[in-house]
Design a protein around this ligand. Structure first.
Ligand code: NAP
Ligand code: ZN
Length: 346
């Protein structure tokens, strides 16, 4: 079927309305009428060419929420009328050790990203800035009642990307967790770590968003442009989650870790990050990375959010304001996720 979408025609060019072809619903597929699609900074990195050449035109969008309108004959886990979500991947081999372990995002055969990837039929995947998507049912999540669809959309990337390291490296009572950058991912990290029971500190460029940070669940808030911050907080944190989309001074942040502490990088800047080995050695510290999360883990996160009344803080925008939203994300002027109203794509 031919559907409406918004696409970037070439690297660094503004997005514009277009139409794209969606495959017929196969035996294991679900057809979803999209309600909302979040704007992730990864969409911007991709269309700006920060991560290398892309198969343009690219329809971004991997924070998708909508309603099932058709299912293939073999689908049992979703039904017509269900509210569902799709995140950053739409397929994986399902057979390798990582897939079998629930880490489909690290599929040894290569996961199929929701957009700008190669699908199993050889076509290029196109994302959620469109009225409809067709996705294998195994990569479609249940969106529980109780989270509004616009607030749920960012959970599919920003939510799971922060949930996974918070869970793996431990955010809970007695743990001091710092979140670097209060954007889309950062604000979810604050909400989730707070709900898990950790003591949460925001490390932001300025104190402009301090009131918001404390309201979202942070216990304290510091400006990283103030050099005193780094002396005051030295050796303090068990876990630091870096969500910054640009390069940071990794050594300075490592100095804030307690012995055995871990700095997990989820931010994926265009330029390499470097560090001095002494920053790790001098405190038995770890520097780690983490990419989104597995499908079962994503469902667990969605269920946790519903149970704890957690959704993203969103600013809903019509499709014709997507380029302006990109500019505002690049200027760190987002509170805290732009979400496209897919009804405006028609
Ligand atoms: P975002 O909404 O733009 O948030 C990034 C935040 O980083 C900004 O709000 C800002 O926070 C801070 N920041 C931006 N530029 C900075 C600079 N030059 N110096 C210091 N701080 C700066 O972006 P996002 O959607 O949360 O994504 C963040 C990063 O994570 C991106 O690189 C994205 O590609 C990546 N990502 C990775 C994964 C994964 O699986 N690992 C998944 C999704 C996204 P303050 O204003 O508070 O300083
Ligand atoms: Zn994302």
């Amino acid at each position: 079927m031919r559907v409406h979408a918004y696409a970037a025609p070439a690297a660094g060019r503004p997005l514009a309305p277009t139409t794209i072809e969606r495959r017929d619903v196969g035996p294991d597929d679900v057809l979803i009428e999209v309600e909302y699609a979040g704007i992730c900074h990864s969409d911007i990195h991709t269309v700006n060419g920060d991560w290398g050449p892309q198969p343009f035109p690219v329809v971004p969008g991997h924070e998708i929420v909508g309603v099932v309108t058709e299912v293939g004959p073999r689908v049992t886990r979703h039904r017509v009328g269900d509210r569902v979500g799709v995140g950053c991947m739409v397929d994986s081999c399902g057979e390798c050790a990582n897939c079998r372990n629930g880490d489909e995002q690290y599929c040894l055969d290569g996961l199929v990203p929701t957009y700008a990837g190669t699908d199993r039929d050889g076509s290029t995947t196109q994302g959620g800035y469109s009225t409809h998507v067709v996705v294998d049912a195994d990569f479609v999540l249940r969106v529980p009642d109780g989270i509004g669809p616009a607030a749920a959309a960012p959970l599919l990337c920003a939510g799971i990307t922060t949930w996974s390291p918070l869970r793996r490296w431990g955010a809970g009572p007695g743990r001091r967790v710092a979140v670097v950058g209060l954007g889309g991912l950062g604000h979810m990290a604050v909400k989730l770590a707070h709900a898990m029971g950790a003591e949460v500190t925001v490390l932001s460029q300025s104190l402009k968003k301090q009131e918001d940070g404390l309201r979202l669940g942070a216990d304290s808030y510091f400006a990283t442009t103030d050099p005193d911050t780094f002396t005051q907080l030295a050796g303090r944190f068990h876990l630091i989650v870096n969500t910054v989309s640009a390069t940071i001074d990794v050594d300075a942040y490592l100095s804030l870790l307690a012995v055995d502490g871990t700095l997990v990088n989820v931010g994926a800047p265009a330029e390499p990050l470097s560090l001095n080995a002494m920053s790790l050695i001098g405190g038995r510290r770890s520097y780690a990375g983490s990419m989104i999360g597995g499908i079962a883990e994503t469902q667990e996160m969605l269920d946790f959010c519903a149970e704890h009344g957690i959704g993203a803080e969103v600013e809903v925008v019509p499709a014709d304001r997507v380029n302006e939203a990109y500019e505002r994300v690049l200027a760190s002027d987002v509170r805290y996720r732009f979400v496209i109203d897919a009804a405006t794509l028609r």
